[in-house]
Ligand binder design. Structure first.
Ligand code: SF4
Length: 392
């Protein structure tokens, strides 16, 4: 436990929680700006307003999960004003999606929106991103004040953001239109609004841009629970596969690394460990935990194979239900179609097909149907599954 405490990320998590990364993410281009259509600093320059130091000014007491070496949570209080609240510290995703994503540098409004979502049990990424979708529709004239119950859904309007968050939570008025997320809202609103719904499979994308970390875009589309940033990104390192010589714009040859990373994260999930715990140990340590618990001589190769087995089973479940991720497409803005005209990600367009083909080749899945080959299922010891679902 003492060794885990010594990892640099653990120290940063103890001090700021996940907001240790907010300012850096905005400046680097990782954090989307203006519903993925803008850039730093041209559209949003006040990254400092949302940084960890400013967030923890409101923190009264730190807390964490039992025995965690890097407790990341905090009880916070905004003592007075229109956004007075007492509750939990918003984490990175929340600050970013209600902040830079909406051109909002009013931190107290983000605390309020976060607390509303917590009280109503609603995901902050989905709510903030759906308000971003609505703000784009408002700017483009697809909706107006007549639709939004008189609320001016203009970029950076923090009063409107909090009001609309409350309406979504309560399913009131225009909040009801937005309450099932941007995909369903776009179907109701029409008028070309689907272009501004930054989602895949009905799940809004989180606050990490695949144009900076291409492995994320692969995961957003091909993970069995799409739009997810917590299961793979070979660009993020930590398990010894990050290649210093690979540029972010090198799209070929990523398949194997993507699989190893995704499989490792899958095993972390199966173990019930915190996602962040993987930043407090060296990846091979996970094999020691598994050996200690199971008595098996567990290796990183076991980890990759078992993780792939779980990933494949989850994918087969989706296929049985008629879900083939090859029939989806990530929203244009999220993959640089068209490319941004300014900022750190200026000119970047992802080569999604090259990354998909590499990944599917390594998995042994058909590039059109996503159905695993019999050989790949035999390799994973899942040939019985093939027999059962042979008609896929
Ligand atoms: S276990 Fe994870 S979520 Fe819990 S306090 Fe530690 S880092 Fe935070």
């Amino acid at each position: 436990m003492r060794e885990m405490k010594d990892f640099p990320v653990a120290a940063a998590m103890r001090q700021w929680g996940t907001n240790n990364e907010t300012e850096g993410a905005i400046v680097s281009g990782d954090a989307p700006i203006k519903n993925w259509g803008g850039s730093y600093p041209e559209d949003f320059s006040n990254a400092e307003a949302l940084n960890g130091d400013n967030v923890i000014k409101y923190q009264e007491k730190r807390y964490g999960c039992r025995h965690c070496p890097a407790p990341c949570g905090g009880h916070c209080k905004v003592p007075d004003g229109p956004y007075a609240m007492e509750g939990h510290k918003p984490e990175y995703e929340t600050v970013s999606v209600f902040g830079n994503n909406l051109l909002n540098d009013n931190l107290e409004s983000i605390f309020k929106a976060n607390e509303l979502c917590n009280q109503y049990g609603i995901d902050t990424i989905s709510v903030g991103a759906t308000i971003g979708f609505a703000m784009d529709c408002y700017e483009k004239g697809i909706i107006s004040k007549a639709d939004t119950d008189g609320i001016e859904l203009t970029w950076g309007n923090h009063q409107a953001i909090v009001q609309m968050t409350e309406k979504i939570c309560k399913g009131e008025g225009f909040g009801e239109v937005l309450s099932n997320g941007s995909k369903i809202a776009a179907e109701k609103i029409g008028g070309g609004s689907e272009e501004y719904a930054i989602q895949i499979g009905g799940q809004e994308l989180p606050m990490h841009d695949g144009k900076l970390y291409p492995g994320l875009a692969t995961q957003y589309q091909y993970n069995s629970t799409p739009g997810r940033h917590t299961q793979a990104c070979e660009d993020w390192g930590r398990i010894g596969i990050h290649r210093e010589d690979r540029k972010f714009t090198d799209y070929a040859g990523r398949g194997k690394d993507h699989l190893v990373y995704a499989a490792h994260r899958t095993i972390v999930d199966c173990e019930g460990l915190c996602y962040y715990s993987t930043y407090y140990y060296n990846a091979p340590d996970i094999t020691e935990y598994m050996t200690a618990v199971t008595g098996w001589d567990y290796t990183m190769d076991n980890c990759t194979l078992d993780g792939e087995r779980v990933m494949t089973l989850r994918s087969l479940f989706n296929l049985r239900e008629g879900i083939n991720p090859r029939e989806w497409k990530l929203p244009g803005r999220s993959i640089g179609e068209p490319a941004l005209k300014a900022g750190p990600l200026k000119g970047v367009t992802l080569d999604m097909e090259t990354m998909a083909k590499d990944f599917y080749d390594v998995l042994g899945w058909d590039i059109n149907t996503s159905v695993p080959s019999r050989e790949s299922l035999e390799r994973l010891g899942l040939d019985e599954v093939y027999d059962k679902f042979g008609g896929l």
